[in-house]
Design a protein. Structure first.
Length: 290
């Protein structure tokens, strides 16, 4: 990645944050000169840039994922504390996002501590613009993923009682969270066995699709959006596109393509792996084909 591409990536990530702040803050509670939602976006980016400084000085990505989780928790707490009132819907939304963020952040942090490095950063952390871009993109990711949640928490619209949206969203979140947790745990245990050091995982949920953890994550964010929907108004409704954008990002940009390319480089000549790719859906879990 050259310097120009990295700086353009940083500019694009900041633009995403700006547009998210404008849409999510429309008609929402204000905190001084800016909508409360916009302050949350500012905090999300500021936390990444502050954490980037020691990360760059030490050329380390060790606390990247942990910083992301801390950012989710921070903007949720700020939104809850600064909102005029917290109802059942806001509390449930905050709880679901917080549980997900804590679980995934700890899981990824323990993984990188166990393995020593995160291969995603091998080439990036040696170049300031490229490394800064990854942290800035994380600010955009947090803002975008959390957008329906933050918009609902900071919205003055009254939608406090339990309804079909809340119940359906909660059920969808539970399903997605369970799938992501089980998939991650299955892969962790698979990798811990010495005999699997050079093998690819094709058991458990991984026999049903090649990226079940990503499917679970997309599903749980759809659940958050469903719970948030009745509390949104005006341009806040645009934040409901968040799960779709997350899905596109994971499927076509930074998730599946990177992992598939790495897998093909490692096992592309293995006939068993090629059969696995041909018979197993990329994202949508389906019964294994023989």
């Amino acid at each position: 990645m050259n310097r120009l591409t990295a700086w353009l990536g940083i500019a694009g990530a900041i633009l995403v944050g700006f547009l998210t702040a404008v849409a999510g803050g429309d008609g929402g509670s204000r905190w001084g000169a800016l909508p409360l939602f916009a302050w949350c976006v500012v905090i999300a980016y500021a936390m990444q840039w502050l954490a980037f400084v020691p990360a760059w000085l030490s050329r380390s990505e060790r606390f990247f994922d942990l910083t992301g989780s801390a950012t989710y928790l921070t903007v949720l707490v700020v939104a809850l504390l600064a909102s005029a009132a917290v109802d059942l819907r806001s509390g449930l939304i905050a709880a679901t996002v917080a549980v997900w963020a804590v679980r995934l952040g700890l899981f990824l942090f323990l993984r990188i501590r166990r393995e020593g490095v995160d291969r995603r950063f091998d080439r990036l952390k040696a170049r300031l613009p490229a490394f800064l871009m990854t942290w800035t993109l994380q600010g955009a990711w947090v803002s975008l993923a959390c957008a329906p949640a933050l918009a609902a928490i900071t919205s003055p619209a009254s939608a406090s009682g339990p309804d079909r949206w809340l119940l359906a969203g909660a059920a969808l979140w539970l399903a997605g969270f369970a799938i992501e947790v089980v998939a991650d745990e299955q892969k962790r245990r698979f990798r811990m066995r010495p005999e699997n050091a050079e093998r690819f995982i094709d058991t458990g949920l991984w026999a049903w699709c090649r990226h079940p953890n990503y499917f679970g994550e997309i599903l749980l964010w759809c659940g958050v959006a469903l719970v948030a929907a009745p509390a949104l108004q005006g341009w806040q409704l645009a934040t409901l596109l968040s799960p779709l954008l997350i899905g596109l990002q994971l499927t076509f940009v930074s998730g599946v393509p990177l992992l598939d390319a790495r897998a093909m480089k490692r096992w592309g000549k293995d006939a068993a792996y090629r059969r696995y790719r041909e018979r197993t859906p990329m994202l949508l879990p389906l019964p294994p084909r023989r």
